[in-house]
Design a protein around this ligand. Structure first.
Ligand SMILES: Cc1cc2nc3c(=O)[nH]c(=O)nc-3n(C[C@H](O)[C@H](O)[C@H](O)COP(=O)(O)O)c2cc1C
Length: 161
């Protein structure tokens, strides 16, 4: 039986969303956006300050219900922008609320030049019982090489169709 996959992502400014769409189309996965119930400000300085406070406290914001039956999927792609060196809080909420044991997790992130920070280890800690593969990370949209780099990452994990 062929393995079924789904992409979950949170994105504030669109870069991670773009990555998520490329991945979903390459592997033929379903895709779902994670949305906080209270949207973050569109003002960069405000969201940076709010994110810092939330991450320092380990705060997990309420998120909208994500419509999907997780048990239908074998491979779960999880994407986040890097905020203060880790995953964005709405993704932390989503990971906290779901059980990924037995799944293959393919984490991905976009950053602003500081790299993935501790996000891959932080995600792995919240997915106990899952097999968490190497994270794919890019600088914002990834530029012209984005597509080829995603293909290489998928191919490395033997997941490219
Ligand atoms: C609140 C906030 C915190 C950020 N913290 C970091 C960081 O620690 N390291 C980094 O390289 N980029 C940081 N960035 C930049 C984003 O990770 C980067 O622009 C990312 O591609 C945004 O993804 P998105 O368009 O999906 O929201 C931060 C951006 C915001 C808004």
């Amino acid at each position: 039986m062929s393995q079924k996959s789904i992409v979950f992502f949170y994105s504030w400014a669109g870069h991670t969303e773009k990555m998520a769409s490329i991945i979903a189309s390459k592997v033929g996965a379903d895709i779902r956006e994670i949305k906080p119930q209270a949207l973050y400000s569109k003002d960069y300085n405000k969201v940076v300050a709010q994110a810092k406070a939330e991450i320092n406290k380990g705060f997990m914001p309420l998120i909208e219900k994500v419509s999907c039956e997780l048990s239908d999927y074998d491979i779960v792609y999880i994407g986040t922008p890097i905020w203060w060196g880790t995953m964005a809080p709405p993704l932390a909420t989503f990971l906290h609320e779901n059980d990924f044991s037995g799944k293959i997790i393919m984490p991905f992130s976009t950053h602003g030049g500081g790299g993935k920070g501790s996000s891959d280890g932080d995600i792995a800690k919240m997915c106990s019982g899952a097999t968490v593969k190497d994270m794919h990370t890019t600088y914002e949209g990834g530029g012209r090489k984005a597509d080829a780099e995603i293909s290489a990452w998928l191919s490395n994990a033997d997941l490219l169709k």
